[in-house]
Design a protein around this ligand. Structure first.
Ligand SMILES: Cc1cc2nc3c(=O)[nH]c(=O)nc-3n(C[C@H](O)[C@H](O)[C@H](O)COP(=O)(O)O)c2cc1C
Length: 291
């Protein structure tokens, strides 16, 4: 058994970088919404010392154009496809899931539960997942924000509502100010913070959710090496996703895959998958669902 490597949603355009997408075990699309969205005005990406801020604003062609044009082209990549969906209401998510249900190119739907107007309360997350569950028989992953007081509670709520897996974690809100003007560097002010600073936060979320629910987990947040990936696996992830690192190193998946095995072997395990859950000292940790 291996640990699959995915891209994090929104961090790779597979249609302009097909060879990069083909280094992945799964390609995850940027979040698609019911209607087309132009996204926020620039600047909408800023570098900080320990990561990146973005306020892309869910730019996407909308579900209609996605189904007619984008999806058939993505399917030609020959990589399993997960489609990330987002909306502004429970009905938006249900509608998107219904429309994707009939498309055999799609293996899994990832519900981006950190969208504008969607609060992060466990009840809201559960409501969206329940509606999505009703709308589609496809595998459903719930992608959660780390900015919640108890992510394990949200994980339990979405598991009870019918989620098949978790994607952990989305970005966390951050702000950067230009040194001379002291005005926000992003036009919209605050943005989503990703990259190295997210690593311990992601690790804590995966660790907490792995003990709370018996669901496979895609771990992400600042992964740029095999050791980082292995740490998420030890915390309970069954797969890892690469996000911010892909902007600097598009082919990072190849390196991380090799490094993951090297790191596991150096620790005395035959593979990265073999050390899944090792961060949990207690024998009560038995939740080892595979992707
Ligand atoms: C430029 C950019 C765009 C993103 N767009 C999306 C998106 O459309 N949907 C989503 O669920 N997450 C989105 N994310 C969040 C990533 O998928 C990922 O959860 C986050 O960046 C943490 O991983 P990383 O630290 O490896 O980048 C985006 C992140 C970045 C940096």
């Amino acid at each position: 058994m291996t640990v699959p490597i995915l891209n994090a949603s929104g961090c790779l355009d597979a249609l302009t970088a097909a060879e990069v997408a083909q280094t992945l075990d799964v390609f995850v699309t940027k979040t698609v919404t019911p209607l087309p969205r132009e996204g926020n005005p620039p600047p909408r990406i800023a570098e900080t010392e320990l990561g990146m801020l973005n306020s892309i604003g869910l730019q996407n062609p909308g579900i209609e154009a996605f189904l007619d044009d984008t999806l058939p082209r993505l399917a030609r990549l020959g990589v399993p496809l997960w489609v990330s969906v987002g909306g502004f209401s429970v009905q938006d998510y249900a509608q998107l899931c219904t429309l994707l249900s009939g498309r055999e190119e799609v293996t899994t739907i990832e519900l981006n539960l950190s969208c504008p107007n969607v609060d992060e309360a466990p009840e809201t997350a559960a409501e969206i997942v329940a509606a999505a569950r009703e709308a589609t028989p496809k595998t459903l992953y719930a992608k959660l924000s780390p900015a919640t007081w108890d992510i394990a509670e949200t994980a339990r709520a979405v598991a009870d509502a019918g989620a098949d897996g978790l994607s952990l974690v989305n970005t966390i809100r951050g702000l950067a100010l230009a040194p001379t003007t002291l005005e926000p560097t992003l036009e919209r002010g605050a943005g989503g913070y990703s990259g190295p600073a997210l690593r311990p936060i992601a690790l804590a979320c995966v660790y907490a959710c792995a003990t709370a629910v018996d669901l496979p987990i895609v771990g992400m947040g600042g992964v740029s090496s095999g050791r980082h990936a292995v740490a998420l696996v030890a915390a309970g992830a069954s797969a890892v996703a690469l996000g911010t690192v892909l902007f600097a190193e598009p082919f990072a998946a190849r390196r991380v895959r090799v490094e993951m095995t090297e790191a596991a072997v150096a620790l005395g395990y035959p593979s990265a998958a073999a050390l899944r859950g090792k961060a949990h000292k207690s024998a009560t940790f038995a939740n080892l669902s595979a992707l």
